[in-house]
Design a protein around this ligand. Structure first.
Ligand code: PEP
Ligand code: MG
Length: 575
């Protein structure tokens, strides 16, 4: 008998495969017993050998998938693992205290990390996070407990996990993994956003999937509806196989719009752009016919690293994107770290409310050397295409002025050495806080463009955490207050004579196209996979009709009332 579990559809598609349960094995250590030192030293050494073998394998795979430069990170990890001072310290603990290798090693790593964290040298300080990671691998090997690896899994694997961090998602073996399911998270969590750009079906917020499945179970993931069918029957498999084929067929059909512009029936043209997280995503952008990049989330460049990327490394990444887009707009956002995106090597403080805390522009203005390096790289890359710079999480005009002053300083330095860059490079901001929406015109007078980040604007307007599945029913961009904030942002931008796009996930919501078009949005930027559908919607719409829809929608009082009107309108006007 099959069983159906419901979740939130985070990335569309259908997958049929076998579960891989991604749950950390627990390490239980008996700290009471006295141990034989020689035997424990032997275990310590053999655990280190095994950890080294595993790291060498990961290094080899990384070199194949991502190139030699990324693989070289693991050479540093192996050097740390083989640090003789650390080894001697742990052996001393085993001998002096007659404790087992696991306890001695854990203590040795903790002491060593604390020592590193207190050093002046930033590079050495940042090694503490690496050492924790390597130390864990060593510890698990000493204890004979398996370490789960998302990078090499059998064909047709569906990962089930409590949660996946963005860096877990980045490690997924895309050749063999066909979908993932998590217990927590919402549609706008960053692992969901990454799943969409990888075109990997995903269902999140299922509550308890890990206690309902075990590795090897057959499962169907219907990420169009949010259904997970555990142990499906033959008939169900056949039915979903058909649904999967129909989904692919429609995807192919929509791609025929690839070379078309998004122009409405009455001749109004808007931008149909894509969001990316890395230069690798450009392939999907071009395949889906996006005419620009409305958001390049650069923080993944910082996260998939074991230290801050250098100016040259950043320059290379931005230059590739600018060149591949051949003069089309490429909006690059400065590092938006914090919230649910951590940087292991930066040791961000643990905060009670990370989404309201030290994140994005706040980090960059407190650590201006980070912003300066990024601005210099962006300016240099601007000589190779049409780059626009965007600042995240703005809530005060002073933040813009301070960032602009740093940008001017960078321009001055580059001029002094004769480096080429776009003198008129556009500087814009994300509209993610009600603080900007309320006084949109004042902010708009300070910048060259706006882009609405509805993922954050919704959570900050409604005071509803975007990643908390317990309140995901409250997280609703169709809430009339959020729509009002969007309308105010568009109005303020246009009054000040600047353009405004949207790069939050709402831009890719096919139900929302008519309202946003009617409000006057200039460009829609979304996961590449959504571009063809939104283009098709625009081509079926009439601006004047959409303006009337907006009037009707804004007179409603609840999200459900709004949705009822929108759906009725879409039924009559789309398809
Ligand atoms: C947003 O907040 O809508 C946005 C696009 O930024 P991010 O999802 O990266 O926070
Ligand atoms: Mg945001």
């Amino acid at each position: 008998m099959s069983k159906i579990v419901k979740g939130i559809e985070a990335s569309p598609g259908i997958a049929i495969g076998k579960i891989f349960l991604y749950q950390e094995n627990e390490l239980v250590i008996d700290d009471k017993k006295k141990c034989d030192s020689d035997c424990e030293k032997e275990r310590l050494l053999s655990g280190r050998e095994k950890a080294k073998e595993q790291l060498l394998k990961i290094r080899e795979k990384t070199a194949e998938k991502l190139g030699e430069d990324k693989a070289a990170i693991f050479d540093g990890h192996i050097t740390l693992l083989e640090d003789e001072d650390l080894f001697d310290e742990v052996v001393e603990l085993i001998e002096d205290e007659e404790i087992c290798a696991e306890i001695a090693l854990q203590k040795g790593i903790d002491d060593y990390c604390e020592m590193l964290a207190n050093l002046e040298d930033e590079y050495l300080r940042e090694r503490a996070a690496d050492l924790r990671d390597i130390g864990k691998r060593w510890l698990y090997n000493v204890a004979g407990v398996e370490i789960l690896d998302l990078g090499s899994l059998p064909p047709n694997t569906i990962i089930a996990a409590k949660d996946l961090t963005p860096s877990d998602t980045a490690q997924i073996d895309l050749q063999n993994v066909v979908a993932f399911i998590t217990e927590i998270g919402g549609k706008t969590a960053h692992s969901s956003i990454m799943a969409r750009s990888l075109e990997l079906p995903a269902i999140v917020g299922t509550g308890n999937i890990c206690s309902l499945v075990k590795s090897g179970d057959n499962v169907i993931v219907d990420a169009l509806k949010g259904d997970i069918i555990i142990n499906p029957t033959e008939e169900e498999i056949a039915k979903y196989q058909e649904k999967k084929e129909a989904f692919f067929a429609e995807k192919e059909l929509l791609k025929q719009l690839k070379d078309k512009e998004a122009i409405s029936k009455d001749g109004v043209k808007v931008g149909a752009w894509a969001n990316i997280g890395s230069p690798k995503d450009i392939e999907g952008v071009l395949r889906n016919g996006a005419k620009g990049i409305g958001l390049y989330r650069t923080e993944f460049l910082f996260m998939n690293n074991d230290r801050f990327p250098t100016e040259d490394e950043q320059f290379e990444a931005y230059k590739i994107v600018a060149e591949k887009m051949e003069g089309k707009p490429v909006t690059i956002r400065t590092m938006d770290i914090g919230g649910d995106k951590s940087l292991p090597y930066m040791q961000l403080p643990k905060e009670e409310n990370p989404f309201l805390g030290w994140r994005a522009i706040r980090v960059c203005l407190d650590r201006p050397e980070i912003l300066k390096t990024q601005f210099r790289a962006l300016l240099r890359a601007s000589a190779f295409g049409y780059i626009k710079i965007m600042l995240p999480m703005i809530m005060d005009i002073t933040e813009i002025r301070r960032a602009r002053a740093i940008l001017e300083e960078c321009k001055e330095e580059l001029r002094a050495v004769g480096a080429k860059f776009d003198e008129n490079i556009a500087l814009g901001i994300m509209v993610e806080t009600p603080a900007v929406a309320f006084r949109a015109r004042s902010f708009a007078e300070e910048v060259d463009f706006f882009s609405i980040g509805t993922n954050d604007l919704t959570q900050y307007t409604l005071a509803v955490d975007r990643g908390n599945e317990n309140i995901s029913h409250l997280y609703n961009t169709y809430n009339p207050t959020v729509l009002e904030a969007i309308r105010m942002a568009i109005k303020g931008a246009h009054e000040a004579g600047i353009t405004i796009s949207m790069c939050g996930e709402f831009a890719g919501d096919e139900n929302a196209t008519a309202i946003l078009f009617g409000m006057g949005l200039d460009a829609f930027s979304m996961s590449a996979i959504s571009v063809p559908r939104i283009k098709k919607n625009i081509m079926a719409l009439d601006k004047a009709k959409c303006e009337s829809l907006v009037e009707e929608v804004m007179a409603q009082k609840t999200p459900d009332e709004v949705l009822a009107i929108v759906k009725k309108f879409n039924k009559e006007n789309l398809k």
